[in-house]
Design a protein around this ligand. Structure first.
Ligand code: HEM
Length: 276
């Protein structure tokens, strides 16, 4: 027996054994730990945690999330059969585009498409997603992890805070936070992690995925910071038109939209803002 056990012992050198056996899900969590703390401490997320999220903050956040998920889900769909995407492709359980569309319609009305407005950082995030979808689909896992596992973790608490902060009596306008096809977020996250760990990646690709996950958090942080700037400009504009709230100013008249856009373009030093 003893001899057999010896024969079966792997001959991989200990250092190799270590790198090959560390799961992607563990590595990605460790690699983005500090970025997660930074994301939690952005002004927008701090307002959230204090239960001080306003309707206008939530509305602009929804607009940016729509742009981000549209790019992410377009690219996931297009690359659904790619070996690094297929294991973590869960459109039925995770897709957010339709829920965001219904939330946007709830808050902006049937003409919501004309009123979606996003800052430059959101455009950059979308462009990055579309670029990796075209050029390096194996990096999509970094973005899918960052958004979907976040939505199934802290995002669940944020949903409850949003409902309370905005004084919403029903779930209307909050579909983004609900995953009707996920009965247990914790169990689903475990399944998702195991699927991530099953993706076959070379060491070089794995390193690139970890780097991309850090970037994904940074892109989110930039979006939150840009939204905050956009809102400060809108508040100043509203103060100059004392009869109007920022919520009314931001997505309404084309002239004010243009003014806000112009100010944010200046405030974000050349990066600009795009109205969809
Ligand atoms: C108010 C802001 C936030 C709070 C309070 C929060 C809170 C949390 C909590 C409690 C967890 C679970 C940790 C665990 O299971 O060990 C978590 C996980 C996670 N969060 Fe956040 N979060 C926030 C913002 C964000 C943002 C902005 C992102 C990215 C865009 C994000 C991405 C993630 C990810 C990817 C995970 C899964 C980590 C893993 O298990 O690998 N979070 N968050």
């Amino acid at each position: 027996m003893k001899t057999m056990a010896k024969t079966l012992t792997p001959t991989v050198p200990p250092t190799h054994r270590h790198t090959n056996t560390v799961d992607l899900s563990e590595q990605i969590k460790a690699a983005t730990k500090d970025n997660h703390v930074r994301a939690e401490n952005t002004q927008l997320m701090l307002s959230y945690q204090k239960g001080e999220i306003t309707l206008v903050q939530y509305k602009v956040l929804l607009c940016s999330l729509y742009e981000i998920y549209r790019a992410l889900e377009d690219e996931m769909d297009r690359n659904a059969s790619h070996p690094a995407v297929a294991p973590i492709y869960f459109p039925q359980e995770l897709s957010r585009v339709e829920s965001l569309e219904s939330d946007l319609e709830h808050f902006f009305g049937s003409e919501w498409r004309k009123r979606v407005i996003v800052p430059a950082a959101t455009q950059r995030y979308g462009q990055r997603l579309r670029q990796i979808g075209r050029e390096n689909p194996e990096l999509l896992v970094a973005h899918a992890y960052t958004r979907y596992l976040g939505d199934l973790s802290g995002g669940q608490v944020l949903g409850k805070i949003t409902q309370k902060s905005l004084g919403l009596s029903s779930k209307e306008g909050l579909s983004f936070f609900y995953f009707p096809s996920v009965s247990s977020p914790n169990r689903f996250k475990q399944l998702y992690r195991s699927r991530m760990n099953s993706i076959e990646l070379t060491e070089k690709e794995k390193a690139a995925v970890l780097e991309e996950a850090v970037q994904a958090f940074e892109l989110n942080i930039q979006v939150f910071d840009d939204l905050q700037k956009m809102l400060s400009v809108a508040t100043e504009t509203a103060d100059q038109h004392k009869d109007r709230s920022p919520a009314a100013v931001l997505p309404s008249s084309p002239i004010v939209q243009f003014t806000v856009g112009l100010c944010v373009a200046l405030a974000t030093i050349g990066v600009g803002m795009y109205a969809l």
